[in-house]
Design a binder for this molecule. Structure first.
Ligand SMILES: [Zn+2]
Length: 252
């Protein structure tokens, strides 16, 4: 039985993805086992939540969303490192240090963990290959999304016009205030100037990045949700010490 409270959004609700061979979920912060300040569905060990709670949460999510698949995860480091999922990963599901996982195997469900960073899915349906990406400020700056797309397009049967992209909830321009010392490293068109600070628009930056890869807006779904505004999701900016929710995807 699926734990409905644990779902914030799923591919079944998506105009772009519902009819495809990939299934994904954005988890909410509800329906898990962690206690405050990680209540309750924290999926990340690196938050200093109790490991036993995180393990229970991951097991619940995998069992209810993707029964019979193995849940794979990365030690996310705000890099542009892409990991190929091998046929025999570590028994704990740990794939390695990096921020994108590329997978062609039906037996795995791949997870990116976030609490303000962008959870991104890239999918080439004709070659049944997908990538799950953790793209925060550093990852977007390093163009990890286009690098993952390029990685998938190395397969000679892959075509850019087949690609489908999903960008889940993340901190948006309404809430993403940064100081001048950070703002100077971003092009002006992605900054909204306040009195002495700026608000950063990473979604606009990602949209431009996708256009530069020849991916049309019709191939892209971007959820309108800001994590800092949405109380059913974890937000590092809003809560400081907090959990992580997940984008979890698998081939049908
Ligand atoms: Zn907001």
């Amino acid at each position: 039985m699926v734990n409905e409270k644990a779902i914030f959004y799923s591919s079944e609700q998506s105009r772009l993805f519902a009819q495809t061979d990939i299934q994904f979920f954005i988890t909410s912060k509800h329906g898990g086992f962690s206690t405050a300040p990680y209540e309750t569905l924290n999926l990340a060990y690196h938050t200093r939540d109790q490991d036993s709670s995180v393990l229970l949460n991951r097991e619940m999510v995998c069992k209810t969303f993707f029964p019979n698949k193995m849940l794979l995860w990365m030690d996310q480091i705000h890099s542009d490192k892409i990991l190929e999922v091998s046929k025999q990963p570590h028994k704990s599901g740990f794939v390695g240090k990096g921020d994108a996982m590329v997978c062609t195997e039906k037996s795995f469900a791949c997870m990116a963990m976030v609490a303000d960073c962008n959870p991104v899915l890239v999918y080439e349906p004709k070659i049944h290959t997908f990538g799950v990406i953790h793209a925060g400020r550093e990852g977007v700056k390093k163009r990890i999304v286009s690098k993952t797309i390029a990685h998938i397009l190395q397969n000679p049967k892959a075509k850019v016009e087949n690609m489908l992209i999903f960008i889940g909830p993340s901190i948006r321009k309404c809430c993403y205030e940064i100081g001048n010392e950070l703002a100077i490293s971003f092009p002006k068109k992605y900054l909204i100037q306040k009195d002495v600070t700026y608000n950063l628009d990473l979604i606009k930056m990602l949209q431009d990045e996708l256009l530069s890869c020849q991916i049309k807006p019709s191939q892209t779904e971007i959820l309108p949700t800001c994590t800092c505004c949405e109380k059913n999701l974890f937000s590092y900016r809003r809560e400081g010490i907090t959990g992580r929710f997940g984008l979890i995807a698998a081939l049908r």
